[in-house]
Structure formats: C-alpha cells, structure tokens
Write a protein that binds this ligand. Structure first.
Ligand code: ZN
Length: 117
C-alpha cells in the first residue's frame, strides 16, 4: 500500500518517517514501533482521499486540454494559441484552491497512538 509517510515520534523524542507496514527500532532507546498497529482501513481511507484529489485534478486538466483541441479542430485553429493561455490562467486560479484542499486533508489527517512492542 503506497501512501503518505507516517511520522512516528518515539517516547524518547526521536522521530522518523515510516511507510505503512514498516517497523522501526529506535536507535536511542531500543523501543520498536510497528505502523501495522494502525487500522488498515483508516490508513486506506486517507490514501484513497489523496488519490481521489490527484485523479480529479488530472481529469480536469485532461478535459481542459481536450476542449482546447476540439475547439481548435472544429472551430478555429486560433484556439491552439489562445488555449494554452486560458489553461495557464485556469491553473493559476485553480492551483492554489487545489493545494489548499490537499493541505487541509494533510493537516486534518488522523493521529494514531502506537505502542512500543
Ligand atoms: Zn526512542
């Protein structure tokens, strides 16, 4: 399962970013932390939410490019020149909105209490 790294903070203060399913033995105090203690369903929910956002953005970009190509083909080749400008403007307007949504999801991501093994 691929997804955002899981930030683990050891009881002794050491920190490490792990992948889901990874174990980490703290170098400082020897505690072992196992990210598999996180319920797979909860982590999967976060992963699929981020994936949905990414797919959505790609879909919007694809539709926009297709629209420009169709306009250029059926209406006027001039759209090939105006199209990229419109797309760039749209990206500048929508980009920050999209980034804000991703940031919010990451900021509100669930926190889990792990127990050393
Ligand atoms: Zn430690």
């Amino acid at each position: 399962m691929r997804g955002p790294p899981i930030h683990v903070t050891c009881d002794c203060g050491a920190e490490r970013d792990l992948r889901y399913g990874e174990k980490w033995q703290c170098e400082q105090c020897g505690r072992t932390w196992n990210t598999e203690q996180i319920p797979a369903g909860e982590y999967e929910g976060l992963v699929s939410e981020l994936r949905r956002l990414r797919v959505g953005a790609m879909l919007v970009a694809g539709i926009a490019v297709a629209t420009v190509l169709l306009l250029a083909y059926f209406v006027s080749p001039g759209y090939l020149f105006i199209g990229p400008v419109i797309l760039a403007l749209a990206a500048m307007l929508l980009g920050p909105l999209w980034k804000k949504r991703v940031r919010r999801i990451v900021a509100e991501r669930p926190r889990w209490e792990l127990h050393p093994e």
